[in-house]
Design a protein around this ligand. Structure first.
Ligand code: HSE
Length: 309
């Protein structure tokens, strides 16, 4: 294989109580990435379309992730990368993860797949430094494994794919403002109270169990973030109104998608998600704030190959 073109999907991280450790892979929206082998060693990003980003490999998430991978495998060629961004950077639905996970996935395919999913997640997570200032594998694990994923320990490469009900649908609203992940992380407090830590851990454990047991009422009770949401939600216009009206309209829960500004509502079934998306839209229509809305089932496969030669 000399060249491969893939679709690398968007994702939602945190899912309320799982800051940096819980993610889910979305359908349809994503980046298209082409990687080709070159005789010249090393990595170059040839083309970025869709949105403007640096193609300097030390500043671009895909370049950082690919460099981390190449330090750990022996190859006698180089790689050229073209990225068409379908996900706006700074939207909160895993724009950087789609590019970094997609790039390491494509390179692994081109070199005969010597690396496991867990190794790819580890290398892809290094890309997040460019956008977040730190490594976190919640988004990239969801993109590379599909479905709901859990990060037990990144440096030990311990990533887990969870069981979950197959009728879950996300309604996601993206207000057209940009929140940089680095900025949104910088306002989070470094210390939390013991009481908050206890309730957050209880919610997270219960959410993982509820997904596994398809216990919708427990999902509803567990989608509760005591630590991050109260701080970050001040950056998102009308967050509490969107949340309360979504839940009133039947959503199982609602929270900040990644580092925002997107907000997700988790619903049971597409019909419910459509009803919820209408009430979410209404909140921004009222204040004339421009937005995009996405309805997405859980993407269990993750990255998809479009073609190769
Ligand atoms: N877990 C990350 C955060 C996801 O919430 O900052 C965004 O990249």
């Amino acid at each position: 294989m000399k060249e491969i073109r893939i679709f690398s999907p968007a994702s939602i991280a945190n899912l309320s109580c799982g800051y940096d450790i819980l993610g889910v892979c979305l359908d349809k929206i994503g980046d298209e990435i082409t990687v080709r082998k070159t005789t010249k060693r090393g990595i170059s990003i040839k083309k970025i379309t869709g949105y403007e980003l640096s193609n300097d490999i030390s500043l671009n998430v895909a370049g950082l992730a690919a460099s981390a991978l190449l330090k750990n495998v022996k190859v006698n060629c180089g790689f050229e990368i073209d990225i068409h961004k379908g996900i706006k950077p700074g939207s909160g639905i895993g724009s950087s993860a789609a590019s970094s996970a997609g790039t390491v996935y494509a390179i692994n395919k081109l070199i005969g797949e010597p690396l496991s999913d867990n190794q790819l997640i580890y290398f892809a997570s290094k890309g997040e430094i460019a956008s977040s200032g730190t490594i976190h594998a919640d988004n990239v694990s969801a993109v590379l494994m599909g479905g709901f994923t859990f990060v037990r320990n990144s440096s030990e490469k311990d990533f887990i794919k969870l069981d979950y009900p197959n009728d879950l649908v996300f309604s996601i609203i993206h207000p057209k403002i940009e929140i940089k992940t680095k900025d949104s992380r910088s306002i989070i407090k470094n210390q939390v109270s013991l009481n908050d830590m206890i309730q957050q851990s209880a919610n997270l454990g219960a959410l993982v169990h509820a997904l596994n047991k398809k216990d919708y009422e427990l999902i509803e009770r567990s989608l509760d973030d005591r630590i991050i949401e109260p701080v970050r939600s001040i950056l998102i216009p009308k967050f509490s109104e969107i949340k309360s009206s979504s839940i009133e309209a039947g959503a199982l829960g609602c929270g900040i998608s990644g580092s925002g500004p997107s907000v997700f509502s988790l619903c049971r079934g597409m019909d419910q998600a459509k009803i919820v998306s209408k009430v979410m839209k209404k909140v921004y229509d009222k204040i004339k704030l421009d937005y995009e809305i996405h309805l997405s089932k859980v993407n269990d496969k993750g990255i998809k190959i479009i073609d190769f030669s």
